[in-house]
Design a protein around this ligand. Sequence first.
Ligand code: URA
Length: 340
Amino acid sequence: MSEQMNQENGFGSSLALLDALGIGPVWVRRELAVEEVQEQAQQPASATPIAAPVEAVGAVEQPSRAPVEPAREPTPVAERPAVQAPPAGAPKAPAAPVPRSAPVQEEGGPPAWLDEMDFAASLEPVLIPEGEDDEPMPAVDPVIARIKQMDWPQLKEQVADCRRCGLCQGRKKTVFGVGDEKAKWLFIGEGPGRNEDIQGEPFVGPAGKLLDNMLVSMGVKRGDNAYIANIVKCRPTDENGRDRPPSPQEVASCLPYLQRQIELIQPTVLVALGKTAAISLLGLDPTTPVARLRGTVHRYQELPLVVTYHPAYLLRSLQDKSKTWADLCLAMSTYQAQAR
Ligand code: URA
């Protein structure tokens, strides 16, 4: 894609993004496609090709802290909260939404590099239809039931006062989320770090700068057709005060807020930034590597969800920055397909 085309298509700053990512000089699409195919071939079956997006579950799973994505110790599956069918009142996929900032794909279909990929693996969704087994359904948490009915002001107030898990004890500020509440793009990270905890806004540190550059390359920005949120609203720290991944219980406590945010926003495409966001939203096994989730359009309930690396991880991993650009291209082509 030439820079001129990029500008015409609304990807105006794609080269700027590549530069921001530090990969401008080394970006070669065809090589990337080959690399992706090799990576996919080494992984066990996991994901449905983009031509046939899967129904993954909108459910609770547990995470790992994004910056160490590839080598995170898994939490035992038994500790995970039960995965259920998407809750009633789930967000409806918007019918042919009209993009406001018009990131578009190359004419005549998906970008050429997508055609070069051969995604052999497919993911069978682990969907447990409600009432299909003989177990009685667990009682609905009354707080979650109320959260499902909340409007924006109520939800913000509820989060600000939240005591649903132990993270409230160490927080300075809750980090609700920021952006256009009618955004078509929703970017979801893991949880606040030190800077975010102080400022009460997601992605305000160095990783946030990179994320902002990524957004600009897609024709959107914070507050303009993009919303940024996290899986958990309070900063998880270890006993030494360092950032850590949220525990499964913390994710389970907090996820209803994000689920309600998604219902209220009704985005066209979700972008999961890193493993915690991906496995939490898709209800996947925490041992699933991000590498296996990339290159596929998943589903959070009816909404398309694309997985990419966490910006904090990318700051340290030059070799994966080019892959993120490929993921964003996939997200943009998915967006365009929805808008048709
Ligand atoms: N990392 C995240 O996942 N979210 C933030 O808000 C900041 C850093």
